[in-house]
Design a protein around this ligand. Sequence first.
Ligand code: ZN
Length: 389
Amino acid sequence: MRKLTANYIYPVSSGIIKNGIIIIDFCGKIIDVLDPEIIDYSIDDVEYYDGILVPGFINTHCHLELSWMKSMIKKGLGLNQFIIDLQKLRKDKYPSPDEINVSLKQTEKEIINEGIVAIGDIANSSLALRLKVGSQIKYHTFIEAFGFSPEIAETAFNKAFELFLIHTNIGNLSASIVPHAPYSVSKELFKKIETFSNELNKPFSIHNQESDDENQLYLAKQGQVLERLDLWGIDYNNFNATGLSSFQSIISYLPKSSPVILVHNLYTSAEDIELANFYSERIFWCLCPESNLYIQNKIPDVSLFIDLKSKVTIGTDSLASNENISILKELKTIKKYFPNVEWPVLIEWATLNGAKALGFDNFLGSFEKNKTPGINLIYDDFNKVLKIN
Ligand SMILES: [Zn+2]
């Protein structure tokens, strides 16, 4: 048994406790959370920490398999150029399996040191599968399907399904099949994924409104998405503009009975959020500010999500568009641009909300009896994190 105390503890499921005590067993399971103001106790062997103890962090958007691309793509060139550069790297500079494994292991080490205990990880391959099996990090893998031409919907879905089976049957991992983004998936492919998701009932995710071109595509069939499709020789004759934002155009394909993680939301409007609130209570808005700054030198209007009472989670995206996989760094960036957002709110986004979005809230996300959420010390005036358990 360990007994931990600090200047403050923040269970997240309840308010901050000054000089509170957390009692855990040797597996890290919470036995009790005590408030010295309420309970008169005398406990010895208490470990004391200078700072605030919070539950382990949850990263709801990452692409581990892109770790080898760290620092290879130039910053600030916009999403269109980023995607072109990324595809070029995949084609021309693909590393050996050994090099990929080294990058994956290094990244996971960083993830553990940063106090991250669970990840929603996008996969287009089984590259990170071996790392995930038996890892101390809890993963949910989003197997991503692509395909803008309606003709390849069947092939694209089958490819994703094969990968899904490898992850669930061979790896015994939690996984689901998800669409990449509104601009890279045909109506036909969306429908196939939707049917599968409704049966599976697992967390769902999609990249959402990362650039304004995505909205332009649906509003008026214009913008840089078309240039990219031309560059890659992809036919878009069958695509018709809806006159609505991209999110409003695809919302009907999102499952209502499972959590949905919308990632990026840089060009999301108040109307989009209001529609989402009306559509489902299980929609989570995942913010990845460091990635947005890396690619586009812009971050989402965080105040909009607070004003409209949305559920926010935090993601890091991959090392292709981020220098670190650090949830605390993402929170500090939000705090820098939106100083009015309070720390307890930010920590809730990075812990309990993330756990709910990934379906892990029965054992992660808060200091509640019988959970094994991991324990982080945030110290040095919210500048550093130390994994305690
Ligand atoms: Zn992503």
